[in-house]
Write a protein that binds this ligand. Structure first.
Ligand SMILES: [Zn+2]
Ligand SMILES: [Zn+2]
Length: 388
């Protein structure tokens, strides 16, 4: 992919003070905005590499990445590592894809209690699949699930939902695989799932609100029970490769990528979005810069909040059991070596960090690391002098 023309970091640097005049951001949000604004700048510290070809001696300064999980520049390595793990878990099965959404009537609770609300979303959607999976009428076996939380809609508004990837089989209490009968778009009847999900969510929400002494207004409760809660069955994946491809694209996605930012200036930000109301057409939305930053902040998760979760036979604590079950199915687990970040950049991004970009034959060797805010200007001047 080509380098994006505009960056979220620029918006934050240019308009952060305007944004802070409109509201008092949470401390955790300030930390994230700081990290993104300073990612790969002298502020972060870095290192100097030099080509070992004595007739070249090319020198390169690199600044450290912020590694923040909300930073559009910093997702590749974590994503590739996580994908490698998922590759090992694959099963010869149809994989289903279901999306559980929180009704927008609850957005205000999501803003005030993100951790609790998103925990409820994870728990209620997982319990829904388990209820149907454990029921002998539908399957009668333990299922496995991977849930990924996304909190945004296309225009950066708050639209919390979980993408759940579910292999169409389970492990029976006797330890055998059992394929789900479903030949259709989804494992279980979608309408029935939606009702079970609503009830589970509302029950957990009620318990939480009682705990914090904020019982829900009767009117709102009635309204929510009367609503049709959206459980959306997407087209099942054609095969395990498609699952990996999908997870590669969406697992570590953040609210907006730099490639979607189309213009920054005069207090405004323009970005592209897909308008589902008009058949998924690409459109451009322009917002005041402080409003853009406010919307971006809606998607900053509480510190350490786990946005990807594995359940049932895919949970990490039962990995040895899963490997045994895979053997039972004749699955050969490939690619067991974990790539380090250099190998990942080389194989996945086609960028060999160790190859000299100047002479193309030498190898770049680390000759100096420097701390935050200490670009080695004097050192580099010295290098130049040596080269003359
Ligand atoms: Zn970063
Ligand atoms: Zn060189």
């Amino acid at each position: 992919m080509s380098k994006p023309t505009f960056e979220l970091a620029t918006i934050i640097k240019d308009y952060r003070s305007a944004f802070e005049q409109t509201c008092t951001p949470l401390k955790q949000n300030i930390r994230v905005l700081n990290a993104i604004a300073h990612c790969r700048t002298a502020y972060m510290g870095g290192h100097v590499d030099k080509c070992n070809n004595s007739s070249c001696n090319h020198v390169r300064i690199s600044y450290n990445s912020c590694r923040n999980r909300h930073c559009p520049k910093c997702q590749t390595i974590d994503r590739e590592r996580w994908i490698q793990g998922r590759q090992r878990d694959l099963l010869p099965s149809t994989y289903f894809h279901v999306v559980f959404t929180i009704p927008q009537e609850l957005n205000i609770y999501c803003i005030n209690h993100p951790k609790e609300m998103y925990n409820i979303l994870f728990a209620a959607s997982k319990a829904t699949i388990e209820t149907f999976g454990n029921d002998a009428k539908h399957l009668g076996a333990q299922m496995g699930m991977v849930s990924v939380l996304h909190t945004w809609g296309q225009n950066l508004s708050l639209h919390p939902h979980v993408h759940m990837i579910v292999p169409g089989l389970g492990i029976t209490p006797a330890g055998y695989w059992k394929q789900a009968k479903s030949q259709g778009k989804f494992l279980f009847p979608i309408k029935a799932m939606s009702i079970v999900y609503k009830n589970k969510f509302m029950e957990k929400l009620k318990q939480f609100l009682e705990r914090v002494n904020q019982p829900m207004a009767v009117q709102l409760r009635k309204k929510l029970y009367n609503l049709n809660w959206v459980v959306y069955a997407k087209q099942p994946f054609a095969g395990p490769e498609q699952v990996i491809e999908y997870l590669g694209r969406y697992s570590h996605k953040i609210a907006i990528s730099n490639h979607r930012i189309k213009a920054i200036g005069e207090g405004k930000v323009s970005f592209s979005y897909k308008d589902y109301a008009s058949g998924g057409q690409q459109k451009i939305m322009t917002l005041d810069a402080p409003e853009f930053i406010r919307r971006f902040c809606l998607h900053i998760l509480p510190p350490k909040f786990m946005k990807i979760r594995h359940y049932g036979f895919l949970a990490s604590r039962v990995k040895p059991k899963l490997r045994m079950q895979q053997m039972q199915m004749g699955v050969i687990i490939q690619n067991t070596a974990t790539l380090n970040w250099k190998e990942i950049t080389k194989t996945k991004l086609n960028f060999d960090i160790e190859a000299c970009p100047c002479c193309k034959t030498g190898k770049m060797i680390r000759i100096l690391s420097f701390e935050a805010n200490a670009p080695p200007i004097l050192y580099l001047a010295q290098q130049k002098i040596n080269k003359l």
